[in-house]
Design a protein around this ligand. Structure first.
Ligand SMILES: Cc1cc2nc3c(=O)[nH]c(=O)nc-3n(C[C@H](O)[C@H](O)[C@H](O)COP(=O)(O)OP(=O)(O)OC[C@H]3O[C@@H](n4cnc5c(N)ncnc54)[C@H](O)[C@@H]3O)c2cc1C
Length: 348
């Protein structure tokens, strides 16, 4: 295990903000993970687990303890009945893994193309997009259990997957370090084309698109929204959607529609959201005085997506937080709804 000191964390994140880690370890094996955990326990240092840094906001103060980046690699495959089980190391790049599965003509994660980050990050917030969530294909997660000090295998049911949540980011937060994840995919299965954007993309076309075509479509749609990381696109210097779509009670929904009516607005209804009693956080943001492209110092809102807060160059974490607070305050004032941030706040 190689322990580095005073490592700048901003370049290890997609938002590109944040201070330094007092200690930093890149763990390429399960033994490295165990050694880093022992080091943090012995030195009584707080431990933070980093994957691809695509869902974190790191404070300007940085992290006072040890940042452990999981780089466990490898992809194995095994047949199970009609399915093919793919077990990938937590440090594998997620989109490269999706491409690998699609090249082997296996369905189940094609709509999750273009999502940045690591394989290990996907079960944490039950990554989802364009009609698929990893909870639909994950069969088990191999993790280091810090409480029991051993490696254990969790079945999908143990992971408690719900919308953008699992035990890893709720009830058992900070307990497990994900080492490998197993996904059950469908050889020669049809792509999932549930989402309106995808249906529109393929409208008028004869026959079912292939998995590779679906992957390409998802990546193109994502790029048009600044949701595909590309070095030349400043709108992609973000942590993805900064706010979750709120899940409302009947009473809250009734109040929202009343407030909208008073302003001659109509709350948009998207079938994919309505099924789960969710409403569009982007609509709330845009109807609270924040247009796409809104700027506040070096922080701003993407010009392509109202939910992505972006670093317009040299932003401090404090500026991102200030903008986040302002959006939450105005949405709360206008709509009586408290938006919940999606990224993980580190070192605040
Ligand atoms: C442009 C853009 C678009 C995005 N689009 C989507 C989208 O469509 N859908 C979606 O769901 N998300 C999206 N995201 C968010 C993000 O990509 C995912 O949440 C991703 O899975 C995070 O993985 P990561 O490896 O980068 O995790 P990190 O950002 O490094 O970490 C996030 C959290 O997971 C924990 N974690 C990471 N790896 C491990 C591990 N091995 N063991 C234990 N805990 C771990 C960290 O401690 C932290 O709490 C987007 C982000 C960006 C920047």
């Amino acid at each position: 295990m190689n322990i580095e000191e005073n490592i700048s964390l901003a370049p290890l994140t997609t938002l590109g903000v944040g201070g330094i880690a007092r200690f930093f370890v890149r763990a390429e094996s399960i033994d490295d993970v165990k050694s880093a955990v022992s080091f943090s326990t012995n030195k009584k240092l707080p431990l933070f687990i980093l994957g691809g840094g695509s869902n974190v906001l790191i404070s300007d103060r940085g992290w006072p303890g040890i940042v452990l980046q999981i780089a466990v690699s490898g992809v194995e495959q095994e047949a199970q009945g009609e399915k093919l089980l793919f077990t990938a190391g937590a440090g594998e790049d997620w989109d490269t893994f999706v491409a690998y599965a699609v090249e082997r003509n296996c369905a189940g994660i094609e709509c999750l193309s273009g999502i940045p980050g690591s394989v290990g990050g996907t079960p944490v917030q039950n990554v989802g997009a364009y009609g698929q969530e990893v909870s639909e294909t994950i069969t088990s997660v191999l993790a280091f259990d810090r409480r029991e000090d051993r490696v254990s295998k969790l079945n999908a049911a143990d992971c408690g997957f719900t919308y953008r949540a699992s035990i890893f980011n709720t009830t058992q937060r900070d307990r497990y370090i994900v080492l490998r994840v197993t996904y059950a995919l469908n050889p020669a299965g049809a792509p999932t084309l549930r989402y309106a954007d995808l249906q529109k993309y393929f409208a008028g076309r004869d026959g079912t698109p292939t998995l590779a075509e679906t992957r390409e479509a998802v990546r193109k749609i994502r790029a048009s929204k600044g949701m595909l990381i590309s070095p030349g696109d400043p709108d992609s210097r973000s942590a993805g959607s900064f706010f979750k779509n709120p899940v409302l009670t009947q009473a809250q929904y009734a109040e929202l529609t009343q407030r909208a009516k008073a302003r001659n607005l109509q709350v948009p209804s998207y079938p994919a959201l309505a099924q789960q009693h969710k409403i569009s956080a982007a609509w709330l943001v845009e109807n609270s005085g924040f247009a796409k492209g809104f700027g506040r110092g070096n922080a701003g809102i993407s010009r392509k997506h109202a939910l992505a807060l972006v670093n317009r160059g040299g932003a401090k974490a404090a500026e991102i937080i200030e903008l986040k607070d302002e959006i939450q305050r105005r949405v709360q004032g206008d709509w009586n709804i408290k938006l919940q941030p999606e990224p993980v706040f580190v070192g605040f």
